[in-house]
Write a protein that binds this ligand. Structure first.
Ligand code: HEC
Length: 127
């Protein structure tokens, strides 16, 4: 019994730390059920390749944000998520279309990344 409790306490600690780690980075806390489902799937399946690099998780795919699912790019993004690419697994066998939609709804909440400093600097600064 004591062992079970220790395990539960450790798990709760990990869950708390992870929630804190993700707070702020993934947008508003009050998500609707679809967005919350999307966030869960994203953290489970996508974050490993699509989250800003840390020592333990170098960024492999591009950083995802609302930009990749904006307007006409939404259909393209859904196709990429379903079918994958040589560098990315497809999720159509793991996810229902509704789950893919949920991930996309969640991506729409992610703010666009700050532009790369080099890209932001004017090529020919006025003198
Ligand atoms: C194994 C690493 C990996 C995983 C896991 C992964 N991706 Fe990707 N993803 C990539 C790479 C690499 C690219 C860059 C394009 C390419 O090479 O296909 C990419 C590209 C994308 C794009 C296109 C981005 C753009 O600029 O248009 C979307 C959208 C995307 N991923 C969504 C997701 C979602 C959603 C998940 C989780 C369900 C996911 N990816 C899981 C590696 C991954």
């Amino acid at each position: 019994m004591r062992m079970v409790w220790a395990g539960a306490v450790i798990l709760a600690g990990i869950a708390g730390a992870r929630a804190q780690e993700h707070a702020g980075e993934h947008g508003p806390a009050d998500l609707n059920p679809t967005q919350a489902e999307g966030r869960r799937l994203y953290q489970q399946s996508c974050g490993v390749c699509h989250t800003k690099p840390t020592i333990t998780a170098p960024l492999f795919g591009p950083q995802l944000s609302k930009l990749v699912v904006e307007g006409a790019r939404e259909a393209q993004a859904k196709k990429q998520i379903a079918d994958g690419s040589p560098n990315m697994p497809g999720f159509k066998y793991n996810y229902t279309p509704g789950q893919i939609d949920a991930v996309v709804e969640f991506l729409k909440l992610l703010p666009a990344p700050a532009p790369h400093p080099a890209a932001a600097a004017p090529a020919n600064p006025p003198r």
